[in-house]
Design a protein around this ligand. Structure first.
Ligand SMILES: Nc1ncnc2c1ncn2[C@@H]1O[C@H](COP(=O)(O)OP(=O)(O)OP(=O)(O)O)[C@@H](O)[C@H]1O
Length: 305
């Protein structure tokens, strides 16, 4: 996979505050990566460094092999799309006029603007003043702005914040489509469970430091969080099932016809084999792997204070 973005030992300080410390990461072509961390962890700072809007105090940032804060930065930024965390548009302009304005700044053709507005669900509001848009509509207009010029790299800073479920689904569908078309996407978010199916990897930031990075499977492996197995069983069979199991399990919940078990990743298959042998008593089985949210809380709890 071609490397599109590289941060090598990057530190960014604002006065005495270190917003990002010794960050090293790469983003490959066509990868969608979630950037997660608490408020003030350094997510926006990292995006601004990739955009070349700020310079690092140490280390190097390379985007498409160039320094984004260097002489060719403006030219490079035409290949980048950025959805900032908070957007402020001129309220007297219409959606169409605004996109036209940003397309001129980006030296991109205006011909795609109508399709972009349609894509983010603003076809009906094209000729309305932005001052009459709801917060969700303004957020979707900001997304359309980020997509101008079919960027190779998209930096989306909390793109679903303040959106209703239907609008959030629209944003995720856009991310999926861009990912499929080969764009590189870095998306910062607090909606961990929602973003999970739409990204290849996650980078976890804590107080300016990258504390973990990888795909879900490798994060799970390193965190060693147990798998949860939910069973719907025949009435009055829970005791018999539990005494028949030899795998090392923890019982999380038990009722007349339900059993919730936790098992280490390494013993998961052994337990499933044992359960298969008891299938006459088992009506249904659901395997639940720890998601990004559980991994995030676990990894954060392990960071030394
Ligand atoms: N221009 C600035 N001047 C001084 N401090 C700043 C500046 N920009 C950011 N910071 C500080 O740097 C730290 C990281 O901020 P940043 O905006 O990168 O965090 P974030 O992870 O994006 O947070 P959030 O989830 O709240 O958006 C914070 O402590 C913030 O107050």
């Amino acid at each position: 996979m071609n490397t599109i973005v590289t941060l090598d030992g990057v530190t960014k300080r604002y006065g005495k505050l270190t917003a990002l410390e010794n960050a090293t990461l790469t983003l490959g072509a066509g990868e969608a990566v979630a950037l997660v961390g608490h408020n003030g962890a350094g997510k926006t700072t990292l995006m601004k460094l990739v955009l070349g809007l700020i310079r690092p105090n140490g280390g190097t940032v390379r985007v498409l092999e160039k320094d984004p804060a260097g002489r060719k930065g403006a030219q490079l930024r035409r290949r980048l799309g950025f959805l900032p965390e908070s957007v402020a548009f001129h309220s007297a302009m219409t959606g169409e006029e605004l996109l036209g304005f940003y397309a001129r700044l980006k030296r991109a053709p205006h011909s795609a603007n109508k399709a972009l507005l349609h894509q983010v669900g603003l076809a009906e509001a094209t000729h309305r003043r932005v001052g009459t848009y709801s917060k969700g509509m303004r957020q979707r207009l900001a997304l359309a702005q980020a997509l101008i010029g079919t960027p190779d790299i998209l930096l989306l800073d909390e793109p679903t914040s303040g959106l209703d479920p239907a609008s959030r689904a629209q944003v995720y569908a856009t991310i999926d489509r861009l990912r499929a078309s080969g764009a590189t996407i870095l998306v910062s978010t607090h909606a961990l469970a929602e973003i999970e199916p739409h990204v290849d990897r996650a980078i976890l930031l804590h107080q300016g430091r990258i504390i973990a990075a990888g795909d879900l499977a490798s994060l799970r492996k390193n965190a060693r969080l147990p798998t949860r197995i939910r069973l719907k069983v025949a009435p009055c069979s829970t005791e018999k099932i539990l005494t028949s199991l030899h795998s090392d399990i923890s019982l999380l919940h038990r009722s007349a016809d339900r059993l919730d078990l936790a098992v280490a990743q390494t013993h998961k298959l052994d337990l499933l084999l044992e359960l298969a042998a008891l299938r006459d008593m088992i009506e249904d089985l659901h395997v639940e792997e720890p998601g990004l949210e559980a991994l995030y809380h676990h990894l954060m709890s392990e960071v030394p204070a």
